[in-house]
Design a protein around this ligand. Structure first.
Ligand code: EPU
Length: 341
């Protein structure tokens, strides 16, 4: 394991922001991770997975540890279910495709989400009506402080909308090294409740209406929808949804809704609604706006993009303009989903 100094992180964050790590090391096994942590006890550390959910606004004055543990396997199976384990550094989308190729169901709606497997529990990633928490069994994680290994079960992760224990109670304390999912081998729970999926499936195969689609068909539909709305980080730096969809108390929402009757919303409990931030940003007139090399994506207003050489600070400034404009227009506060470093 070589520790590199003054290392550019441009290729290690999907925004493609130029920022330097004071020191950088890639670890390929739990044993290597343990050694690095033991040997650098007093150093400030920064843990880097796929770099798909962060905005670097400055150089990192720390030892950056890039978690690059690879490997995936079937841990256990019966006639109905399979327990698959993936190491943290596996690319999420490649892992999803590997499960679909073997006809294992449960992850298909989350096809093409950028990032690595190890960071998926941190923010309970989700798309098209499914979240990690629906198939997540457990993950193994090591403490940065004294290299103890702990298994977190699903309930111990305290999953919520883009939330988990790793963003709250034990923030910055653990490094996730592997994750186990329980997937179906038959009687797949195909979920096409998200309208866009139904529309896409019907486009591809009009005769099949009423029939249950295969895992591959659902995955292909999700891939097509994402490609049409979300920019590919390899072509245009971005971090997926930059903001979370705000959750409002129904009592507060009703007052706003009277002023803006066309506002979209989804009931999420007896007392709360979720409002699509993309809609708010678009209606506030910001979709597709560009400020130098930073901007708001033209097809999905929730996504901020780097047109080339934007700095993290410039993207952050655009995010503030978005937050202020949405607040001034609708009186709704939207929060960043990505980690701002
Ligand atoms: N909308 C607009 N304008 C926009 C974007 C969206 O009016 O520019 C409206 C849409 O017409 C629709 C509603 O907002 O009525 C919801 O839009 P969409 O289905 O595109 O989903 P989203 O709420 O904008 C969330 C996730 C995405 C995920 C999709 C699909 C969050 C923060 N984002 O976006 O996740 O792919 O649903 O499930 O929850 C990510 O986290 O990086 C991400 C891409």
């Amino acid at each position: 394991m070589e520790i590199l100094t003054n290392f550019s992180l441009k290729n290690f964050n999907t925004f493609g922001i130029e920022a330097k790590a004071k020191q950088f090391v890639a670890v390929h096994s739990s044993a290597e991770l343990k050694t690095i942590l033991e040997q650098n006890k007093s150093q400030k550390k920064f843990i880097l997975g796929g770099g798909s959910n962060m905005l670097l606004t400055k150089d990192i004055d720390a030892l950056v540890i890039h978690v690059d543990l690879k490997g995936k396997k079937i841990k256990e199976e019966n006639d109905d279910f399979v327990w698959v384990e993936s190491q943290a550094g596996e690319n999420w989308h490649e892992f999803v495709l590997w499960t679909i190729d073997q006809n294992f169901g449960g992850l298909e709606n989350m096809s093409l989400i950028p990032g690595n497997v190890g960071t998926t529990p941190v923010q309970n990633i989700g798309a098209y009506g499914t979240e990690i928490k629906d198939t997540f069994v457990s993950c193994e994680a090591m403490t940065i402080e004294n290299q103890e290994v702990k298994t977190f079960t699903n309930s111990e992760c305290h999953f919520g909308y883009r939330e988990s224990v790793f963003k709250n109670e034990v923030k910055n304390q653990y490094i996730i090294t592997s994750v186990v999912f329980k997937l179906t081998k038959r009687n797949h729970k195909i979920n096409t409740s998200y309208g866009d999926i139904k529309v896409e499936l019907a486009k591809n195969n009009p005769e099949a209406s009423g029939q249950t689609p295969t895992l591959k068909e659902v995955s292909n539909a999700v891939i097509a929808i994402r490609k049409s709305k979300l920019p590919d980080p390899k072509e245009l730096g971005n971090s997926g949804s930059f903001f979370k969809n705000p959750i409002l108390l129904k009592t507060d929402f009703e007052k706003i809704h009277q002023k803006f009757p066309e506002m979209r919303f989804f009931d999420i409990s007896e007392t709360e609604v979720k409002v699509p931030a993309g809609w708010l940003i678009e209606q506030a007139g910001l979709k597709g706006k560009r400020f130098g090399d930073a901007g708001i994506h033209k097809n999905q207003a929730l996504v901020l993009v780097n047109y080339g050489n934007a700095t993290g600070q410039e993207i952050l400034n655009v995010s503030k303009i978005v937050q202020e404009t949405v607040f001034d227009t609708f009186g709704i506060q939207i929060e960043a989903e990505v980690n701002i470093i």
